[in-house]
Design a protein around this ligand. Structure first.
Ligand SMILES: Cc1ncc(COP(=O)(O)O)c(C=O)c1O
Length: 468
């Protein structure tokens, strides 16, 4: 490689915004070594870049992209996606009312840091090899024990498959157990990202309506009794947060047994139930091992953890094992080791207990603040748990416009109608409340959108009256 090519590459990276003013570049010796070229070649390229003002040399401190460099927007314009995407993500990820994020202010940082340090220091040579595909054994053991105690399961560690979360769970289960044209059922409304994923990976996808008792199992039996997979959120339906009634649970399990079908239970936030005792998982009633239980640490620890799991029915363990070796490579070991210790030392249980109380308070605060800030706009069908509330629009169908307005003001909520596939839609906002610390904070946040919301809803009401 000649100096011209090195010069051109750096110049392009700077113009594209991939290298920014103030960034340090490698030393001449290091880069020459890396590219296997003579030092003189790199030196010449650096001299030209310095001469043109792209680089500045700070002697022994190294060479930097000129901090004074002011690039015109035009210079960046031909790569808009690359240079803009981090900002878009930041907006997506921010937002005071984002769904399903644990209370970040209450995360036990000190404990976590302590355990992380210990886990890193105690990393043994064999733990530095490829991680086990099914997961780090102490974590599998700790999860099995937690599920048996807290969620009413009766599983063994060899049934736990550690994954990177919900989407990985669905992909893996269907890859291992489904034939290409197997009928797959999903709730309607249902978890937005689940629906989007299934539309792509399950060609024979159908929807089952949800009412106040959860998924309508009569409907399932009437129209889709030949289904091979039913994916459901029985503890807190996503998004309506209703619980699948006990008779329906039994009806669903009996159907699965008779039909030799699989029920995939997504128990994403089953830990958080407030007014009654925590509801045991559907899997706890499953006498014939037809339920494939799935869970995640995104709601109890943090979404960035990217650790979820599948509880494989015993008869499928070998299949998962064999195909897992081909499809998966196992998750990074260190986070699994940290998480295992967090569970084993009992911090997980204490943390959940604390969060259960906290979320109950924060939910009440949020409901009060919504009622006060937007009188007459929303109504609620109060459910017993979960990490979000659904504020149904009393009138009008403007939930998409409303969600856009709120999100523009950094509130980041979702329009309920977007989560429906084909049954009759309902309209409202799906709102997270777990990071709202006080009533005052909630009121202040709603101040940002109060006037515009009332105006928008006022015009929606007028339109409705005219249409009538
Ligand atoms: C219904 C539902 N299932 C599962 C999950 C968990 O997803 P993951 O484990 O990929 O973070 C979520 C998170 O928002 C969810 O809402």
């Amino acid at each position: 490689m000649g100096y011209k090519k090195i010069y051109a590459r750096y110049r392009q990276q700077i113009l594209d915004g991939l290298l920014k003013p103030g960034d340090r570049v490698p030393s001449i010796r290091l880069l020459a070594n890396e590219l296997q070229v003579a030092r003189k070649t790199v030196e010449t390229a650096y001299e030209i870049l310095t001469g043109e003002g792209y680089f500045v040399s700070r002697g022994a401190k190294g060479t930097y992209i000129n901090p004074e460099l002011r690039l015109t927007p035009k210079a960046n314009a031909h790569k808009p996606v690359l240079s803009r995407s981090p900002d878009i993500q930041a907006v997506e990820r921010k937002g005071d009312l984002r769904l399903g994020i644990p209370a970040l202010d209450e995360f036990p940082h000190k404990k976590w840091l302590l355990i992380s340090g210990k886990a890193a220091r105690s990393l043994r040579p064999e733990e530095m090899l490829m991680p086990p595909v099914m997961g780090f054994l102490p974590l599998r053991e700790a999860i099995a024990s937690y599920l048996n105690i807290s969620r009413g399961l009766n599983c063994l560690p060899n049934q736990i498959f550690i994954t990177s979360g919900y989407r990985a769970n669905l992909r893996l289960i269907l890859s291992v157990l489904a034939q290409p044209n197997d009928k797959v059922l999903f709730e309607d409304p249902g978890y937005f990202y689940g629906q989007q994923l299934l539309k792509r990976i399950a060609p024979n996808l159908h929807y089952i309506p949800v009412d106040r008792q959860g998924m309508d199992i009569d409907y399932l039996q009437r129209y889709h009794s030949d289904a091979r997979f039913t994916i459901t959120t029985p503890t807190h339906q996503s998004p309506l947060a209703v619980s699948l009634s006990l008779p329906r649970k039994h009806q669903l399990l009996a159907w699965a047994q008779q039909n030799n079908s699989w029920v995939i239970e997504d128990d994403y936030d089953g830990e958080f139930h407030y007014t009654k005792k925590v509801i045991p998982a559907l899997k706890s009633l499953d006498m014939h091992d037809r339920v494939i239980y799935t869970g995640t640490f995104s709601k109890t620890i943090m979404p960035a953890m990217r650790i979820g799991y599948i509880v494989m029915p015993q008869e499928t363990v070998t299949q998962f094992n064999e195909l897992g070796e081909i499809l998966e490579t196992g998750l990074p070991l260190l986070p699994q080791k940290i998480l295992a210790q967090f569970l084993i030392e009992g911090h997980f249980y204490r943390h959940i207990k604390k969060m259960r109380l906290l979320y109950q308070q924060r939910r009440r605060i949020m409901l009060e603040a919504i009622e006060t800030s937007f009188p007459g706009v929303f109504e609620f069908e109060l459910t017993d748990g979960g990490m979000h509330i659904v504020a149904f629009l009393k009138r009008g169908i403007e939930d998409k416009a409303l969600a856009t307005l709120w999100t523009e003001h950094d509130l980041c909520v979702k329009p309920l109608s977007n989560w429906y596939a084909q049954t009759q839609k309902r309209y409202g906002l799906v709102i997270g409340y777990t990071n709202i610390r006080s009533y005052e904070q909630a009121m202040k946040i709603f101040q940002r959108v109060r006037v515009e919301t009332m105006a928008l809803m006022g015009s929606a009401w007028k339109t409705e009256i005219i249409l009538r």
